[in-house]
Ligand binder design. Structure first.
Ligand code: SF4
Length: 416
């Protein structure tokens, strides 16, 4: 019995080896038999092979070093892979593959235990955070953004509504002498399912009966029908996640186009609803600064200062489960093809890249400085001073500054 073959077969068991193209499988096996790679080296080679395929870059066969010493081969292979990972990204010749053309999911209504209201799931003391409260009106999302962490939490084929949502919400006891900021766009998209199961009816009623709550609907959709057909309480904010057309077309699958998002925000603002824009994630690729600038300029040209409550910036941060989930899926994405550095336990761009993209974004909105609230989402404390020239010393200071600015724009009393 060939003991290394047994070892090899054992090594590939808990990897995505069998999801690789047959010719790549054959190649890895042949090279492993020849060079006797260890379990961990085989696992890494399998992940490298998958990433190259996902990024639409050269194949493992094309970058595999020619040498007869395992150590030399593995070192050179890792180097070639890291060079491809760190080179500036380009979507120019990028060919999408296995991208969902339509939303495929089923709806489920269940009596959910508990109530999905809590601190923002990605908030941390390691980052400067706004203490947002998130409300999970719906579980899972029908869009398919490659970088999204929701996909690692929920089954994407089932959209779940809580049959007890309305009662739980309207029975919520809040301190009437305090201003709250509650967002509904974390566990799903706030508007893509409209008023299904009466979710928007319940949320609007909640806003009406809790005038001390700033209720934010965050979306990538153009489904604003309910907002246009109903009276919108003044303590409601409607905000869009924005990106360039390059990223929307290549990484934010099934979500509304840039034009549709801007037009929807325009229509909602025309109704007197305060709007906002989240540039999160800003993604680095060839020519990205210019393409983002065009979007920033469009917003400055198409919206008046007093219509816009906020603009936020953020970028890609990955947790291991999301990277594993991405490799598991047999589609193309360039979203993980980036120089990854540790960022408070997650992986993200080097600080120098972040400073470049955030300073560029903030400076592009100079006409709105001091009149619209700008913030960084999920970023480390020091990034604020480097981006804005100022920073908050605590998350509570950040929250106070944000809520008093929003309350002022919404013509509400700010209650501390
Ligand atoms: S800054 Fe971003 S991550 Fe932090 S609490 Fe606010 S929304 Fe959540």
């Amino acid at each position: 019995m060939n003991s290394y073959l047994d070892k090899f077969n054992d090594s590939i068991k808990n990897t995505i080896f069998f999801k690789l193209p047959p010719e790549s499988q054959e190649f890895i096996k042949e090279k492993s038999m020849l060079l006797k790679f260890s379990f961990s080296e085989i696992k890494q080679i399998v992940d490298i092979t998958r990433d190259l395929e996902m990024w639409n870059e050269q194949s493992i066969m094309e970058i595999f070093p020619q040498h007869d010493q395992k150590k030399v081969v593995f070192t050179r292979l890792k180097k070639a892979y890291e060079d491809l990972r760190s080179k500036p990204n380009s979507y120019e010749n990028f060919e999408l593959k296995n991208i969902p053309k339509e939303q495929k999911y089923t709806f489920k209504t269940a009596d959910k235990e508990g109530f999905g209201l809590g601190l923002c799931p990605v908030a941390s003391e390691k980052t400067r955070c706004c203490n947002l409260l998130t409300l999970d009106a719906v579980e899972s999302c029908g869009f398919d953004c490659s970088y999204c962490s929701i996909q690692s939490f929920y089954n994407q084929n089932t959209i779940t509504f809580d049959s007890g949502f309305k009662d739980k919400l309207l029975n919520l006891q809040l301190d009437q002498n305090k201003t709250y900021h509650i967002g509904t766009g974390q566990a799903s998209d706030s508007l893509m399912f409209g008023n299904r199961e009466g979710v928007l009816d319940a949320l609007f009623e909640f806003a009406r009966t809790n005038p001390n709550v700033i209720l934010e609907f965050k979306t990538k959709s153009d489904n604003i029908k309910y907002f246009l057909e109903n009276d919108v309480p003044k303590n409601i904010l409607c905000t869009w996640s924005m990106n360039t057309t390059t990223i929307i077309e290549n990484e934010e699958h099934l979500a509304a186009s840039l034009d549709k998002r801007i037009r929807s925000a325009r229509k909602v603002a025309d109704k007197g609803v305060k709007v906002g824009f989240h540039f999160h994630p800003i993604v680095e690729y060839d020519g990205y600064l210019q393409e983002y600038k065009e979007v920033y300029d469009r917003l400055i040209n198409e919206f008046a200062l007093d219509e816009v409550a906020l603009v936020s910036f953020g970028t890609l941060t990955f947790i291991k489960p999301v990277i594993k989930k991405l490799r598991d899926r047999e589609f193309r994405s360039k979203i993980t093809q980036m120089p990854l550095e540790d960022a408070s336990g997650k992986s993200s761009y080097p600080d120098s890249t972040k400073v470049e993209m955030f300073k560029h974004a903030y400076e592009s909105f100079a006409p709105w400085h001091g009149k619209v609230f700008f913030y960084l989402c999920m970023e480390e404390h020091h990034m604020w001073a480097k981006t804005f020239g100022y920073q908050y010393s605590t998350n509570n200071d950040f929250e106070r500054a944000m809520l008093s600015s929003y309350a002022n724009k919404l013509d509400m009393q700010y209650l501390i």
